[in-house]
Design a protein around this ligand. Structure first.
Ligand code: SAM
Length: 293
């Protein structure tokens, strides 16, 4: 499978996720997006670009930081995600925020440039073009701040994956087969950066960024119950496709077993999940910047 096709499949999965992404993942991701934004050092009046904005989580926070004199543009390729973002923007009546369907690796149609570019897990690191495109639309002296997952696992995640693996269908439909191929291809490329942050630093330097800094943070997230943790994963993407392809009685058995195993990890507060995340910042420094053609 070609990378382009794999990415299209992944984008379509996100597009269908929309409402459930907002319901299950956004409340958890808010803490991570806030760190990305704090590291971006956004000031009143700034123009900010949020790459892979999804339902707009980081873009909404940024819009409140730049104030009325600033502006925020959120871009994404998944229309279903952006539709949720646009409805929310309209409902809240936020005037300094806009959303556009756009590929992070082709930002040529953006007429403005930005003091800050942010992204909360939204930069397609499996494609080489995103960082040089981002560099092009940044003001000299501008700042980039984004995060990616670290490849380090945690006990709750390992438990979920181990039990899920046992129940997945062994004869997938052509659609599921494609999703599996796409996920495996994109994960394989992403893993290179998620397990070796210096490789990401090189990628950023090659795109022309300077003053690059990496921070690894462990987030102890409390999920109220194992059931809710499992539902989060099954709310969209390939995990949902895998789950729906199982026979109903197999789904029930899987849920029973995985919830029972996760119960063993529950503390008095709930299910504790240690998520390890890598936060990167970089700058487009006036004079020092290597122009990328
Ligand atoms: C993990 S989600 C994060 C969404 C959002 N930033 C959040 O924190 O909720 C990744 C997002 O990146 C988007 N994305 C992936 N590849 C993209 C590309 N080439 N151009 C623009 N957006 C992309 C996906 O559609 C998806 O909405």
């Amino acid at each position: 499978m070609r990378l382009k096709e794999a990415e299209r499949i992944s984008i379509d999965e996100y597009s269908e996720w929309g409402e459930d992404w907002e319901k299950y993942w956004v409340p958890i991701y808010k803490a991570f997006a806030t760190i990305v934004i704090d590291l971006a050092q956004i000031k009143t009046g700034y123009r900010v670009l949020d790459v892979g904005t999804g339902t707009g989580l980081a873009a909404f926070i940024a819009a409140s930081r730049v104030g009325e004199s600033g502006s925020v543009v959120g871009i994404d390729m998944a229309e279903g995600m952006l539709n949720i973002a646009m409805e929310k923007r309209k409902r809240l009546g936020i005037g300094n925020l806009s959303f556009r369907v756009m590929d992070a690796c082709n930002l040529g149609s953006l007429s403005e440039s930005f003091e800050v570019v942010i992204s909360n897990f939204g930069i397609p690191i499996y494609r080489t073009g995103a960082f040089s495109e981002i560099h092009k639309v940044m003001e000299k002296g501008g700042r980039l701040s984004f995060n990616i997952w670290s490849s380090e696992t945690n006990e709750a995640g390992e438990t979920f994956r181990r039990v899920f693996e046992k129940y997945k269908v062994s004869h997938p439909s052509p659609a599921l087969k494609n999703c599996r191929e796409a996920t495996s291809l994109l994960d394989k490329i992403s893993e290179k950066y998620e397990s070796h942050p210096p490789q990401m630093v090189s990628l950023l330097e090659d795109a022309g960024f300077c003053n690059i800094d990496v921070k690894r943070k462990i987030h102890e997230v409390i999920i109220p119950s194992p059931r809710q943790y499992v539902e989060m994963f099954l709310s969209g993407g390939i995990d949902k496709v895998e789950f729906l392809e199982m026979q109903p009685e197999v789904r029930d058995k899987f849920l029973e077993e995985v919830v029972a195993e996760l119960e063993g990890l529950v503390s008095s507060e709930g299910l504790v999940v240690d998520w390890k995340i890598l936060y990167f910042t970089g700058a487009r420094v006036a004079g020092k910047t290597k122009e990328v053609i």
